[in-house]
Ligand binder design. Structure first.
Ligand code: CA
Length: 223
């Protein structure tokens, strides 16, 4: 598994590089956003670990840039900022998960592993509901003769909703099965991703309905 790590703190960068190598990953570590971006463009990695506080470019800007360039690798963000707003900004900009510094290396490994597992996806036939079809290998949803790329988390969420085939799924179940949280992380993480999915499903004949205080359900539109 090829990883790109963008982290300007020398101590943290060295620890991540060494630790990930020992775990069998092949990390390339860069101290600036520009170097990291160039490396990602020249050889697409399987996942990206990105520090938000970089010397040359704001990490959030870099995230947006990568997603605009159709970079589909899962992105795990490292942030020293403990403000909820910064984390939500990162998720909105296309991050799949985040860790707040300081963190245990084991936790980083667990999050990374979960992201890579979800990105790999199942290899069987496309899942369908209403007029939408999920394509695991491409990480896309298609409807109306067009394909829309999804982030690994968006894909995981939509897959759960499609598999439930019209049944309500509880928030806690979505957090556990799509994000790997056994607890409520105390943010609007789930709502942010559901909102992204709704935008991407605009024009499809299905809709994600909120069941207040319970969870979400995918339904077919009458129209
Ligand atoms: Ca930094």
């Amino acid at each position: 598994m090829h990883l790109v790590v963008i982290e300007d703190s020398p101590g943290m960068a060295a620890a991540l590089g060494t630790g990930l190598e020992e775990e069998g990953y092949r990390p390339r570590v860069f101290a600036s956003g520009a170097e990291g971006l160039a490396a990602i463009e020249s050889h697409a990695p399987d996942a990206i670990i990105l520090d938000l506080g970089l010397p040359d470019i704001d990490g959030i800007e870099l995230l947006r840039l990568l997603r605009r360039q159709q970079c589909r690798a899962p992105i795990l963000v490292l942030t020293a900022r403990d403000a909820v707003a910064a984390r939500v900004d990162a998720l909105n900009a296309g991050a799949d998960d985040y860790l707040i510094k300081p963190f245990a290396f084991e936790e980083l490994l667990a999050r990374l592993h979960a992201l890579l597992r979800r990105a790999a996806g199942p290899r069987w036939a496309p899942l369908r509901f209403g007029d939408i079809e999920l394509h695991a290998a491409a990480g896309e949803v298609s409807f109306d003769n067009a394909a829309v790329p999804l982030s690994p988390r968006e894909y995981a969420l939509l897959e759960l909703l499609v598999r439930a085939a019209g049944d309500v799924i509880a928030r806690a179940d979505l957090l556990r099965d799509a994000f790997g949280y056994d607890f409520d992380p105390g943010t609007n993480l789930l709502d942010v991703h559901i909102s992204h999915l709704r935008k991407k499903l605009r024009g499809a004949k299905v809709a994600i309905r909120t069941i207040r205080g319970v969870g979400f359900v995918l339904q077919e539109n009458a129209s």
